[in-house]
Design a protein around this ligand. Structure first.
Ligand code: SAH
Length: 272
């Protein structure tokens, strides 16, 4: 499956993923077409295989990125469910309630490629945070994103943020970072309220790009209701790895699903 989708350009790679049904949703295809993998993969960017990016890390294969985005899509697209709903009398039942912007966490952001694709889907008020425990790779993700005008805009607007930290603990954005442009106009009460919600609210989608030793409870805790995590997890013997999804429903109920076997670099302590 891996090499069947290789192409000679970004477009032919994505078309091949589509033909091979590794991408099935038009919005996912459109997002992948908007991001040139050559900005993120140092060699053979249109091959459907992982490539080394240094520091024992790899940019994952395109078909794995495709699988992750296909799975997370319902939790990435701008929400419509808390927009005003029509009651039986045709009167909006929730009037003037602000739409809750999407918040997505990409753990082990590495090259920054998937972080960029995710940002293409969350809408102009969404936020994607890429977290890396190796600061050189955090810098690499940022530098790769700066290669395109769209990437620069995502960084400069604060819609994408790369951070250094241990992804096993998840991430909480400092409140002052929620609004880019410190020293800008004073925040009104509504801004402050939505920031607080942001702070407490966790993540609609969490992508983990390295194999975890377990389904880290802290990550599940940081999922919003509803929310979904896509995570490779090593079996107890440490040899086999499987993709799991963890869904948290509206009522906070958790459902864990083991999907298929994979091979990722491990989610570890930061090298000394
Ligand atoms: N999604 C990335 C995958 C990079 S490989 C891409 O496709 O480019 C996995 C990454 O996880 C590596 O960059 C590695 O440095 C990072 N990583 C491993 N353990 C981590 C941890 N505990 N916290 C944050 N990042 C981690």
């Amino acid at each position: 499956m891996a090499w069947r989708s290789s192409g000679t350009s970004n477009e032919s790679l994505i078309e091949n993923l589509w033909k091979n049904k590794l991408i099935t949703q038009p919005l996912v295809k459109a997002a992948f077409l908007r991001v040139d993998r050559a900005h993120y993969a140092p060699s053979s960017p249109y091959e459907d295989r992982p490539q080394s990016i240094g520091h024992s890390a790899t940019i994952s294969a395109p078909h794995m990125h495709a699988s992750a985005v296909e799975s997370l899509l319902p939790f990435l697209l701008p929400r419509t469910d808390d927009e005003p709903k029509q009651s039986a009398e045709g009167v909006p039942s929730i009037v003037g309630q602000p739409r809750r912007p999407r918040r997505v966490l990409d753990i082990g952001s590495g090259s920054g490629y998937l972080t960029h694709v995710l940002a293409e889907l969350v809408g102009s008020d969404g936020v994607v945070v890429g977290i890396e425990h190796i600061s050189a790779l955090k810098e690499l993700g940022e530098a790769n994103m700066r290669k395109s005008a769209e990437g620069r805009d995502l960084l400069d607007s604060g819609r994408v943020r790369f951070r250094v930290g241990d992804g096993r603990k998840g991430w909480a954005e400092p409140t002052s970072d929620s609004k880019p442009g410190v020293g800008g106009p004073a925040r009104d009460a509504e801004d402050a309220r939505s920031e607080n919600k942001d702070q407490a609210g966790g993540w609609d989608a969490i992508h983990v790009g390295a194999a975890a030793a377990e389904l880290h409870e802290e990550l599940v805790r940081q999922l919003r209701s509803p929310g979904r995590m896509f995570i490779p997890v090593s079996d107890e013997d440490g040899f086999d790895q499987y993709i799991w999804t963890v869904d948290k429903d509206e009522d906070g109920r958790i459902e864990k699903k083991k999907l298929y076997g994979v091979r990722y670099v491990p989610l570890t302590d930061a090298p000394k």
